[in-house]
Design a protein around this ligand. Structure first.
Ligand SMILES: Nc1nc2c(ncn2[C@@H]2O[C@H](COP(=O)(O)OP(=O)(O)OP(=O)(O)O)[C@@H](O)[C@H]2O)c(=O)[nH]1
Ligand SMILES: C[S@@+](CC[C@H](N)C(=O)[O-])C[C@H]1O[C@@H](n2cnc3c(N)ncnc32)[C@H](O)[C@@H]1O
Ligand code: SF4
Ligand code: SF4
Length: 343
């Protein structure tokens, strides 16, 4: 293969640039959300990664630097629950020092956020995305599978805001489970001034028992909210933005709709995903990954690893959600679990 120029924008087979890197820093989580890590699969005997299998901070930083040289500008730290990874603020500080990284965000379930918000901010983090599916303790406790209380997450959100972090809230909407929470959540976060994004429930992994009739289409969510709080559409912040934005009419506050099932956005998907043990995935719904930990640990040079990643991206042609849209429910394949690959 030819030498890749030192600063270069990688494109895949469908002409999509490599722009985002999603780093899963642990496959473990203190929640057992039924749509992600159902207890009956992720029980006490589940074999999580051993500590020495996880990529170390120096390895993650080295890889991120290489990804940036291929076009990545935005890094999302996720998991599992990323705040369970010891010393996370230090990783954020080091990634923030990489020239070319324009944006770092963390996606968290919020349960440990009150404890870590200030350290994250001090490490240079500017924003955080907190997942919360309901304001009702009973429903939330059932959905998170461990009886965690809503107040614990809300306290985390308040602590993040008080520390000066911009907060977005992600709510997975599952018809028949928490659709009654759409309006209370919209009212609450409109009042608080945080952007709330509604995510269509997806068929990630192999264990959540997903059914299409459990998906509440985004357009129904918009009409539901419109009836009480008028909305106006807002243009995308950047190429390939996942959420469709709406503003509360006459106000600054906004919501987002992530319509991964009913209006797939594969045609502008710029995201590469790295699992906690260093496997690189070209799609949230991929079955296999390309191992980078071997090359990292057997002494390969940055340029060799860079070529590996460039080749990986140039061969990418995934567009699972668009294919699902056409084939539902016939699309069957073994997929990597979302808690492993990161959200
Ligand atoms: N199918 C699919 N869903 C995705 C993809 N990226 C994100 N999502 C879904 O969207 C949710 C929200 O992702 P975020 O990381 O908060 O979204 P984002 O657009 O990167 O966030 P911002 O940078 O804040 O706009 C995820 O938890 C997934 O459910 C993707 O590439 N494919
Ligand atoms: C896998 S989690 C990892 C980060 C962290 N533990 C959290 O929950 O925010 C990332 C995101 O994926 C979302 N997610 C998990 N399973 C999903 C599913 N089946 N459909 C849609 N989104 C899902 C979660 O709601 C969360 O916002
Ligand atoms: S969605 Fe996040 S909090 Fe819930 S089980 Fe998955 S990784 Fe854990
Ligand atoms: S389904 Fe795959 S290709 Fe499509 S947007 Fe999601 S990660 Fe990207």
């Amino acid at each position: 293969m030819q030498e890749t120029p030192l600063s270069y924008q990688a494109f895949d087979k469908l002409q999509r640039p490599l722009r985002d890197l999603r780093l899963s820093v642990t496959d473990q989580c203190n929640f057992r959300c039924r749509y992600c890590m159902p207890e009956e699969i992720f029980g006490p005997d589940y074999a999580f990664l051993a500590k020495d299998q996880l990529l170390s901070f120096p390895e993650l930083v080295r890889l991120t630097r290489i990804f940036v040289s291929l076009g990545v500008q935005k890094v999302r730290i996720t998991g599992g629950e990323p705040l369970m990874r010891k010393g996370l603020p230090e990783l954020i500080r080091r990634i923030g020092e990489i020239e070319g990284v324009r944006d770092i965000a963390v996606t968290t379930n919020g349960s440990l956020l009150a404890r870590h918000a200030q350290a994250l901010k001090d490490a240079g983090l500017r924003r955080v995305t907190v997942s919360l599916d309901s304001l009702d303790d009973e429903r939330f406790g059932r959905m998170n599978g461990r009886g965690f209380k809503v107040s614990q997450v809300l306290t985390g959100i308040d602590a993040a805001a008080a520390a000066g972090l911009q907060v977005k809230v992600n709510m997975v909407v599952q018809k028949g489970t928490n659709d009654q929470d759409v309006l209370p959540m919209a009212r609450y976060f409109r009042e608080k001034g945080h952007i709330l994004r509604f995510i269509e429930y997806m068929d990630v992994g192999n264990s959540n028992g997903w059914r299409l009739d459990q998906v509440l289409p985004s357009r129904e969510i918009v009409s539901l909210i419109q009836r009480e709080m008028p909305l106006e559409p807002v243009g995308a912040n950047h190429y390939g933005e996942v959420a469709q934005r709406y503003r509360y009419a006459g106000e600054e506050g906004e919501i987002g709709l992530i319509s991964s099932v009913t209006q797939a956005f594969c045609s502008t998907c710029t995201r590469a995903r790295l699992s906690a043990e260093g496997k690189l995935y070209s799609c949230l719904f991929a079955s296999t990954g390309t191992d980078l930990s071997g090359p990292l640990r057997d002494g390969r040079s940055d340029e060799q690893i860079r070529r590996l990643i460039a080749e990986f991206w140039s061969g990418r042609d995934d567009r699972y959600s668009e294919e699902r849209l056409r084939n539902t429910p016939g699309l069957k394949r073994k997929k990597i679990e979302m808690s492993h690959i990161g959200g």
